[in-house]
Write a protein that binds this ligand. Structure first.
Ligand code: NOJ
Length: 423
């Protein structure tokens, strides 16, 4: 018997991104960054999972997972490796991917920007340069025109907040800036890019559903009794969790150092994509290093991120109240090379999500991060998020227990009594 049943027509999927799985692309800023030795232990993404060539094999696995959706990204630097020069071959390859998915009855959810930028964009100042917005739109126009009959679901930008933080505040992603002011500027430019892309997508296809995939952290004070910790946590929450999304609802970009009315950004979400992994506890002690969260005894991932399913329930409820838009969980998962904690992580997070659904939240899909182990940015290949293990030498994809479990869940459209009681 299915104990935790999900809504009819629920989308079950996994998520990936181009640079993390495809391999062999030399035209973006990450390629340069890696080759400058900036990734942990000097690793480079290299051929990654070789999905640029093996995508049909990947899609067969998705089918074996009984999934009816897949979230992946289009690599801008492949489509436009040089300014104004579009690569038709790359476009056709992506088109073939989408057609191959459709043939397998898998709904494509397409991300248009997932952390990487064409090198030529980076050289012009990346997302600090307001002109990047127009360049990005030109690329988006090309893609959505090409795919207009094939793709209904878009995410204009993946985790604009995490991107701006990692690249412009914490200095861990290229271009390694450390400035709150620059970080806010980048967020502001990304709001504008999203809002304009949203319009463009709808001008091209009326029934399209467009959003962003937003990284939401549950942010709580390290010491709830400390006034300062509470202030720090609420400041972080505002900048990280709220500024961007609220602008897409109200048209007002309202951050501490930068305020601007952007009327055309108002009401530019058809749904909300939520990426949830963990909770962070913010306070004076953790201000510069909120992750990994070592301040509780709760179980953690290989990455050191706290496992906190209640936080998932809380953020889903909160963002539902805030936006009243249908929600898709566009990422949720755990770095766990041995697959010891993943089964429980998966079940406990789905039960938390189910609780929110029972209480009336309109959740329409869940995408597990990730289909297979891949290139985890500044951490390289060590952090393993895959349902499938990847052998990076042979490129073999190997079933993990969690993959089997997830295929059962998708098949049953929920969690059976039997499976639920195992974890
Ligand atoms: C969010 C990002 O979108 C994805 O690229 C990354 O691999 C996962 N989180 C795990 O850190």
């Amino acid at each position: 018997m299915v104990k935790y049943e999900f809504p009819k027509n629920f989308y079950w999927g996994t998520a990936t991104s181009s640079h993390q799985i495809e391999g062999g692309n030399i035209y973006n800023d990450w390629w340069e960054f890696e080759n400058q030795g900036k990734v942990k232990d000097g690793q480079i993404s290299g051929s990654a999972c070789d999905s640029w060539n093996r995508y049909k094999e990947d899609f067969d696995l998705i089918q074996k997972l009984n999934n009816n959706a897949y979230r992946f990204s289009i690599e801008w630097s492949r489509i436009e490796p040089e300014e104004g020069k579009f690569n038709e071959e790359a476009l056709n390859r992506y088109k073939d991917m989408i057609i191959s998915l459709r043939k397998r009855n898998i709904e494509p959810f397409v991300t248009l920007h997932h952390f990487t930028n064409p090198l030529w964009i980076a050289k012009k100042g990346g997302w600090l340069n307001p002109e990047t917005i127009e360049y990005y739109l030109r690329y988006v126009e090309k893609v959505v025109n090409e795919f207009k009959d094939l793709v209904k679901y878009y995410m204009t930008i993946n985790e604009p907040n995490a991107y701006a933080f990692m690249a412009y505040l914490y200095g861990e992603f290229p271009p390694q800036e450390k400035s709150l002011k620059k970080m806010l500027k980048v967020l502001n430019h990304m709001v504008k890019a999203h809002a304009k892309a949203y319009k463009l997508i709808h001008d091209t296809r009326k029934d399209a559903e467009a959003s962003i995939a937003y990284n939401v952290l549950l942010i709580e004070p390290l010491n709830p009794k400390s006034f300062i910790d509470r202030k720090i946590a609420s400041f972080a929450d505002r900048i990280y969790n709220r500024v961007f999304i609220e602008t897409l609802i109200t048209g007002k970009f309202s951050s501490p150092l930068l305020k601007e009315n952007i009327p055309y950004a108002k009401d530019t979400l058809d749904y909300l994509g939520i990426n949830y992994y963990t909770r962070i506890l913010m306070g004076i002690k953790t201000f510069f290093n909120p992750l990994p969260n070592t301040s509780t005894d709760n179980e953690r991932s290989d990455f050191g991120w706290e496992i906190h399913p209640e936080g998932f329930y809380k953020v889903v409820k909160r963002f539902w109240e805030l936006t009243k838009k249908p929600i898709y969980i566009t990422e949720n998962g755990i770095s766990d090379a041995k697959d010891e904690r993943r089964p429980k992580y998966l079940i406990s997070h789905l039960i938390a999500l189910h609780k929110a659904i029972k209480e009336g939240v309109d959740v329409r899909g869940y995408f597990h991060w990730s289909l297979m182990d891949n290139f985890e940015w500044a951490e390289g290949f060590k952090q393993r998020f895959g349902l499938f293990e990847t052998n990076f030498d042979t490129k073999e994809r190997i079933w993990r227990k969690s993959a089997k479990l997830y295929s059962e869940i998708a098949k049953n459209n929920g969690i059976t009594e039997e499976i639920g009681s195992l974890y």
